[in-house]
Ligand binder design. Structure first.
Ligand code: DLL
Length: 429
């Protein structure tokens, strides 16, 4: 099933012609951004100097930190009046990364989601419950407009109130759901506790965080769905960058809109097909916020070209990150954000250790922090007050609930070299 068969099945040569044309246009477009004008000048790049797709390797990378440095609108290549929506994604030190969209960007984004949903067999007549955050997170509105575009009946249920979500699935005869895989597992467990089943469900779209094939099998068994992996990143519109087809053997990445390279994160050199490395993407159809060679930090590889579904060009599932970013229940968290919060609270020191576990299929983050004796009365109630304060400040900054354990001063490890403050035990459970 195709939404846009001609584009989805373009032959390599035709695809490359489109890519090159769009790459040149993108290089012209980024000249409206001070950061890129300078970068291109330093690297001797003008729109006319790009003759082949390989010439892209002469262009320097763009990193998340560059976008942060441009906060809030430094990367917009169109006047603010042409930006009709803004989303954000969590930053490292309080300020988020801002992403802007023109009218055309929103149309392109909805088109990509429409392709993905059609690819997995959804069509008019399907009832689609979108169980992700509808706020600044790109997952809610991103899927919403793509699903409406292909005529699904959309239930924008957003997050929370799992029992109510289950009732809606039952009462409205929902056939397809979208959420993070960890929330899907929670949903399945609550349905089990309620001793109820979800017979109308047939399709589950899961993404925004890493998940394994064993989790896929569990979800399929518990929810009675066929589960598909959905990859996206706010800086590249949001969800819809790459998606599994019905073969479920790699994710199709929309090459007319995204030029893909896989690099060795240490050297920046491009690696061979089939070799794992960091995904670097140059979006080819973004207006408000075009980017060149954007380092996603996500580890994957290019897969062989042919797929039984008739489309080509896939990447493997994301297996890790090249930086210290953690994805906790779909929310991106950097250890430096935690440090930033702790520095503002006089009752605790700034040494910390983070433990991430998967408990009952949900990510749980525990943070050990040292108490600061000069701000602590020694009373038990005071301990509870400080703990509550740290949990609240962390929740306000990171938008996730954490467990905080207060420990004696001087008991947490000190590091001479690179600090290793995060112990991620999710793979062990
Ligand atoms: O998570 C966009 C999205 C929404 C994707 C809904 C899928 C569904 P960000 O909040 O910017 O955007 O987080 C992007 O999340 O760089 C990956 O590290 C991680 N990530 C996203 N999808 C997957 C996936 C949205 N399927 C960051 N598998 C990315 C593994 C994923 N990691």
């Amino acid at each position: 099933m195709f939404w846009n068969e001609k584009t989805e099945t373009l032959k390599k040569r035709d695809l490359e012609t489109i890519q090159l044309k769009r790459l040149k246009k993108t290089i012209a477009q980024v000249q409206n951004v001070d950061f890129y004008r300078k970068k291109c000048k330093d690297a001797g790049i003008i729109p006319g100097s790009i003759k082949t797709l390989e010439d892209i390797r002469r262009i320097p990378f763009t990193r998340k930190q560059d976008l942060r440095d441009g906060y809030p609108f430094g990367f917009f290549a169109v006047p603010l009046s042409k930006v009709i929506r803004i989303h954000t994604t969590s930053g490292t030190t309080g300020k988020p990364t801002v992403v802007g969209y023109t009218k055309k960007d929103l149309d392109t984004w909805a088109e990509l989601i429409a392709r993905n949903l059609t690819m997995v067999g959804l069509q008019e007549g399907d009832i689609f419950q979108n169980m992700v955050n509808y706020g600044m997170f790109t997952g809610g509105l991103g899927f919403h407009y793509g699903a409406e575009k292909i005529g699904l009946t959309v239930i924008p249920s957003a997050t929370g109130n799992t029992k109510r979500q289950i009732e809606m699935i039952q009462d409205f005869g929902v056939t397809a759901i979208h959420c993070t895989p960890s929330y899907a597992m929670h949903l399945a467990e609550v349905a089990e506790e309620m001793a109820t089943d979800l017979p109308t469900l047939k399709t589950g779209l899961f993404g925004a965080e890493p998940w394994s094939d064993s989790m896929r099998r569990e979800l399929e068994k518990k929810l009675g769905v066929t589960a598909y992996d959905s990859y996206g990143i706010s800086e590249l519109f949001g969800p819809g960058v790459a998606f599994e087809c019905q073969e479920r053997n790699g994710l199709h990445i929309w090459h007319d809109c995204y030029l893909v390279e896989i690099i060795d994160p240490a050297t920046g050199e491009v690696v061979g097909d089939g070799e794992r490395g960091e995904l670097v993407v140059t979006p080819l159809a973004k207006e408000a916020m075009p980017l060149l060679r954007y380092r996603t930090g996500d580890i994957t590889m290019k897969l062989e070209d042919e797929c039984l579904c008739g489309r080509s060009q896939k990447i493997g599932r994301i297996t890790g990150r090249s930086d210290d970013m953690l994805v906790i229940r779909g929310i991106n968290v950097f250890p430096s954000q935690i440090e930033h919060v702790l520095l503002r609270i006089p009752e605790v020191g700034n040494q910390f250790m983070v433990y991430v576990d998967r408990i009952n299929h949900l990510d749980e983050m525990t943070i050990d922090v040292e108490i600061n004796r000069s701000f602590f009365s020694g009373e038990l109630q005071d301990l509870a007050r400080i703990q509550k304060k740290v949990v609240k400040e962390l929740r306000d900054a990171l938008e996730i609930r954490t467990t905080v354990r207060l420990v004696e001063p001087g008991t947490l490890p000190r590091f001479e070299g690179k600090a290793k403050r995060v112990i991620d035990r999710r793979g062990e459970s």
